[in-house]
Design a protein around this ligand. Structure first.
Ligand SMILES: [Zn+2]
Length: 251
């Protein structure tokens, strides 16, 4: 299609994701097009490497292709308990950006701080935008990474510096927040959509992860026979990071 021809296969009108449009990934063997195969970073085992394909690729495109985050900038990541948010926090911190995270759970904020976040805000007990302004001397952040949607949209918009960028890849709490158009044009904000990433970005991500020794956060690993326990864990609120299925000895 037009989009594949210009190298933006992530915009392909016929794009399909394994696990979403195609069944059969919880299996010992599966068949994929050869151009979808990439070498694993040497320091990762199979479960860790498998974690890169969705959350880390999505975060990579959001931060670096779409929002053009720079090492001297400050980024606010909402809902750090979520997979893409956690990946965005790790990747943004690894380039030297200042990273502020939010969560409604204190233990997740503590873990995020241990994993490289610089400041943590509890969205249940604190007013996020007000706290962001206090942390940035009234300036606001350059980039907001967001996939919660309606529940945090107003705080996200109010946390941005003039000319700031908000990049979104989801809307788990609702997809129709007020647009707040006056704020968008007067403060010249950019609202940027993003989904997944293309093959070139995945190649960049893999090289970057290997060069910088980045290890994806794995919550727990189950054998295929315990798939139902794994899915229960996936749905549990206390989870942080990926739930892995070990299909063969890893490493
Ligand atoms: Zn196409």
């Amino acid at each position: 299609c037009e989009f594949c021809q210009r190298g933006d296969d992530v915009l392909c009108t016929r794009m399909k994701l394994m696990g979403e449009h195609v069944d059969g990934t919880f299996a010992q063997w599966l068949s994929v097009p050869v151009e979808n195969l990439f070498p694993m970073p040497a320091h990762l085992d199979f479960v860790q490497a498998a974690a890169l394909g969705v959350n880390y690729l999505t975060a990579w495109r959001m931060l670096f292709t779409r929002a053009q985050l720079k090492p001297w900038e400050t980024v606010l990541v909402f809902g750090v308990g979520g997979g893409v948010s956690l990946a965005a926090m790790q990747l943004a911190a690894s380039i030297g950006a200042r990273v502020i995270v939010t969560s409604r759970e204190d233990d997740k904020l503590q873990r995020a701080l241990a994993l490289g976040a610089h400041e943590a805000i509890n969205g249940r007990t604190e007013e996020v935008a007000r706290r962001v302004m206090a942390l940035t001397d009234g300036r606001g952040v350059d980039v907001v990474v967001e996939n919660v949607g309606e529940a945090v949209w107003a705080s996200a918009m109010k946390s941005l510096v003039r000319g700031g960028r908000l990049v979104t890849c989801g809307a788990t709490s609702g997809d129709q927040p007020p647009a707040d158009l006056k704020r968008i044009f007067i403060r010249q904000l950019q609202i940027i959509g993003s989904t997944s990433g293309n093959a070139a970005e995945f190649r960049e991500l893999l090289a970057y992860v290997e060069r910088h020794g980045i290890t994806p956060v794995i919550d727990s690993v189950y054998p295929l026979a315990a798939i139902h326990e794994a899915l229960d864990r996936l749905e549990s609120g206390s989870r942080m990071g990926k739930v892995g299925l070990a299909l063969q000895p890893s490493g």
